[in-house]
Design a protein around this ligand. Structure first.
Ligand code: DC
Length: 219
């Protein structure tokens, strides 16, 4: 067992978990992995080679040879890739291929860091069930759609907030209903509802939990 301090953040798209994870990683000098990047990366690689992310063989093959270098510089935050990512994320072969990479990152963080922060859907339940601290970050569907709309609107002039709301609803349903590693709150995760919280307030709440766990940790 490594002595890396692991912080797991799970929750639906645009709940604020990514922003929180980055702030935590910076503040505690921990390594950070946005695990959605891996599923988006697999969808991107399949699309780039002319394939369909719904094709399980193609997606599993891409996941088995996946490395972050293969997607360096690619724009993976598009609607098309988000939709493809949610499809490949439901495939057991893809999840299995990406599991080892995520666990290694958590337990042997790059750069010799003393801890790792991972955000995704199944970090506290499947990837790192032994994480030192777990958060399940949520926000109302309207708040999440508004946040994601603001992120995407400049790149997609015709996009409406209603389009984003529909996309998120479809992805949430797929992420929560899949049989392999569905998005669900771990029983020992802290629930953090960011609907009415500023990022500063959400970060302060997270810090209290992390500082408590660090103090209780045997030295
Ligand atoms: O967080 P995101 O929007 O970048 O995630 C892209 C897709 O990947 C999303 O549909 C959920 C899926 N995902 C997952 O199933 N498990 C994770 N640990 C991270 C993301």
């Amino acid at each position: 067992m490594s002595d890396s301090f692991v912080v797991a953040l799970d929750g639906p798209a645009a709940s604020g978990k990514g922003t929180l994870a980055e702030l935590i990683a910076r503040d505690y000098d921990f390594a950070y992995l946005d695990t959605g990047t891996l599923y988006r990366g697999v969808a991107y690689l399949v699309l780039k080679s002319g394939g369909d992310p719904a094709d399980e063989r193609a997606a599993t093959k891409a996941a088995q040879s996946f490395s972050l270098d293969l997607i360096a510089g690619a724009d993976i935050r598009t609607r098309e890739i988000g939709a493809g990512a949610s499809k490949v994320a439901a495939m057991p072969g893809v999840r299995k291929a990406l599991l080892e990479f995520q666990r290694r990152f958590a337990h042997e963080p790059p750069g010799g860091k003393k801890g790792a922060v991972l955000d995704g859907r199944d970090i506290g339940t499947v990837v790192c069930p032994d994480a030192n601290v777990k958060f399940f970050v949520i926000a109302s569907p309207q708040t999440r759609a508004h946040r994601r709309f603001l992120e995407l609107k400049d790149a997609k002039p015709g996009l409406t907030e209603a389009d984003v709301f529909a996309d998120l609803a479809e992805r949430d349903a797929r992420d929560a209903a899949r049989s392999d590693a569905p998005m669900v709150q771990a029983t020992d995760a802290e629930l953090l509802d960011t609907t009415h919280l500023s990022i500063e307030a959400a970060f302060a709440a997270a810090r209290r939990v992390i500082d408590g766990a660090l103090r209780r940790r045997p030295s």
